[in-house]
Design a protein around this ligand. Structure first.
Ligand code: CMC
Length: 429
C-alpha cells in the first residue's frame, strides 16, 4: 500500500478504496468512484464557503496563517515593502521573477504610457449621480473598458493578454481618480507621465489649479507600500471571483469587474471603509468597552479584525503601523489612531477575541492612513482595488495557462422539493 495515500472504508457497502495524497490534498474527483449503488453518481465533498478546498495549484503568493507569513513568489512581504516598488512587485507577481534593470524600465514605461483613458469614459463617468459611490463607478468603468478593447477577448493570445495587463494596471488609478473627481465636482485631472505611479495618482486625485502638481515624496512612497501590501493574497474572495469569471473565457476587464465587485463587500475590501465609520461611531476612548460588549453580544462585528487564514497576526497590519508613523510625520496625527490603538489593546486582552484568534487585519489601520492623506472614506475600497489589480491579473493568467483548469462549476447538494406536477393558478391554495 503506498504511504502517501488514504484508505477509505465505505460502511454503506463495506468497500475499501485507496486514494492518493499529493501536496496534502486528495482529489475530490477520486471520491467519485465511491458509490453506494450502481446508479449512484459517486461521493462528493461538501464545503460551503470553500473552508477546506484547494481550487487550484498556484505559485503566486503564499500565506502561513498560523505563523503570520505572507510571501509573493517566495519573497517575504516585509522585504518587498521595505525594498521594492509597487510596479516592480507587480512585475514579480505577473512574471514570477524580479525584473532586471532594463526589464523594469520597459515595464514601467509601458504602464506609464497606458494611463490615459478614452475620452468617452469621461462621459460615461459624468452620467453617474453626483453622490454615486466611487467603488460602484469603478466596478462599472472597469467593465466598460472591455467595450473599448474588443481584442481583449482573445485571451489565448499572449500579446493581447500582455496589452490588457498594461492597460488595467495603468488605467485603474485614472479610473479611480476620475470617479473621485466626479463625486466632488472637480474637473478631471489628466495623468502626468513625469511622475511615479503613485505620485501621478495623487496628482490625478488632488491637483487643483497649480500648473504642475508636486506630490509629497513620503506620501507617494507610503501609498506605494500600501499598494504592495494589497497586491495579492492567494485565493481570497475577489481573486476567486476573478478566476471564476475568467474560467468562462470572459475578457479580463469583465473578469476584473467581477473581482472588484466581490472586493466591494464589507467583509472583504469594503472593511477599511467600515473601520473608519466604526471608529467615528465609537467617537472616544471611553466608549470602547460598551462597543466591545456590543461585539460580544453579536450585535456588530469589530471591523478590521479577524481573517479566514491568519490566526496569528496579519503581517501586513504590522508593516502598516510603521507606514502610519511616516505618514503622520507629514500630515499630523489622525485623532482616530488613538481610538484604534486603544480598541486593539482592549480587544487583544479579551477572551472573546483571544479564543477566536481575532487580530487586526490589513484594513484596521490602512483607512486611518488613507484618511490622513485626505482620501475620502468612500475611496478606500477603490484604493484596495488598485493595489490588488496585479494580483488579480497574475492569478487570472496563471489560471488560463493551467492545463488542469476548466470552467469553474461547483456541484450542489439539492435540498428542494422532489418532482411534482404543475398546478394551474385557479387550483392553487
Ligand atoms: N468581530 C467579532 N467577531 C468576529 C469577527 C469580528 N470581526 N470576525 C469573526 N468573528 C467571530 C465570529 O462571530 C465567529 O464566532 P462564533 O464562533 O462564536 O460564531 C468566529 O469569530 C469565527 O468567525 P467566522 O465568521 O466563521 O470567520 P470567517 O473566517 O468566516 O470570517 C472574516 C473571516 C474576515 C470575514 C471575519 O473575521 C470578519 O467579518 N471580519 C470583519 C471584516 C473584516 O475586517 N474584513 C477584512 C478582512 S482582511 C482584508 C481582506 O483580505 O479582505
Amino acid at each position: 500500500m503506498p504511504k502517501d495515500s488514504l484508505t477509505i472504508t465505505d460502511n454503506r457497502t463495506g468497500q475499501r478504496y485507496e486514494v492518493p495524497i499529493q501536496d496534502g490534498t486528495i482529489r475530490a474527483m477520486d471520491l467519485r468512484q465511491i458509490k453506494a449503488s450502481a446508479d449512484d453518481l459517486g461521493l462528493m465533498s461538501y464545503d460551503p464557503a470553500y473552508m477546506n478546498t484547494a481550487s487550484c495549484r498556484s505559485a503566486v503568493s503564499y500565506i502561513d496563517g498560523d505563523q503570520g507569513i505572507l510571501r509573493y513568489r517566495g519573497y517575504p512581504i516585509e522585504q518587498l515593502a521595505e525594498q521594492s516598488t509597487f510596479l516592480e512587485t507587480a512585475y514579480l507577481l505577473l512574471h514570477g521573477e524580479l525584473p532586471s534593470a532594463s526589464e523594469l524600465d520597459g515595464w514601467v514605461y509601458n504602464i506609464t504610457h497606458h494611463t490615459i483613458l478614452h475620452e468617452n469614459i469621461k462621459k460615461f463617468i459624468d452620467g453617474f449621480h453626483h453622490d454615486a459611490h466611487p467603488m460602484g463607478m469603478f466596478v462599472s468603468a472597469v467593465a466598460a473598458l472591455s467595450t473599448f478593447y474588443p481584442a481583449a477577448k482573445h485571451i489565448a493570445d499572449e500579446t493581447s493578454r500582455r496589452d490588457q495587463i498594461f492597460r488595467l494596471i495603468a488605467k485603474t488609478p485614472t479610473l479611480a481618480a476620475f470617479a473621485h473627481r466626479h463625486s466632488v465636482g472637480m474637473p478631471y485631472a489628466y495623468p502626468d507621465n513625469d511622475l511615479s505611479y503613485t505620485g501621478n495618482f495623487l496628482n490625478m486625485m488632488f491637483k487643483a489649479t497649480e500648473v504642475k502638481y508636486q506630490p509629497n515624496a513620503v506620501l507617494a512612497r507610503a501609498l506605494d507600500v500600501l499598494f504592495i501590501l494589497h497586491a495579492d493574497h492567494e485565493q481570497n474572495c475577489s481573486t476567486s471571483a476573478m478566476r471564476s469569471v475568467g474560467s468562462s473565457h470572459a475578457d479580463p476587464y469583465s473578469a476584473m469587474a467581477g473581482a472588484a465587485a466581490a472586493l466591494y463587500g464589507p467583509l472583504h475590501g469594503g472593511a477599511n471603509e467600515e473601520v473608519l465609520r466604526m471608529l467615528r461611531e465609537i467617537g472616544s476612548k471611553e466608549n470602547i468597552p460598551a462597543y466591545i460588549q456590543r461585539v460580544k453580544n453579536g450585535e456588530v462585528r469589530l471591523m478590521g479584525f479577524g481573517h479566514r487564514i491568519y490566526k496569528n497576526y496579519d503581517p501586513r497590519a504590522r508593516i502598516i503601523k510603521r507606514v502610519a508613523d511616516e505618514v503622520f510625520d507629514v500630515t499630523g496625527r489622525n485623532p482616530l489612531l488613538e481610538i484604534a490603538g486603544e480598541l486593539e489593546r482592549i480587544a487583544l486582552q479579551d477572551d472573546y477575541f483571544i479564543s477566536r484568534k481575532l487580530y487586526p487585519n490589513v484594513d484596521f489601520y490602512s483607512g486611518i492612513i488613507y484618511q490622513a492623506m485626505r482620501f475620502p472614506v468612500e475611496m478606500f475600497p477603490v484604493l484596495f482595488a488598485i493595489g490588488r489589480t496585479p494580483g488579480w491579473l497574475a492569478q487570472w493568467q496563471e489560471m488560463l495557462l493551467d492545463k488542469e483548469q476548466k470552467i469553474a462549476r461547483p456541484r450542489q447538494v439539492y435540498i428542494g422539493s422532489p418532482q411534482r406536477d404543475y398546478v394551474s393558478i385557479e387550483k392553487r391554495a
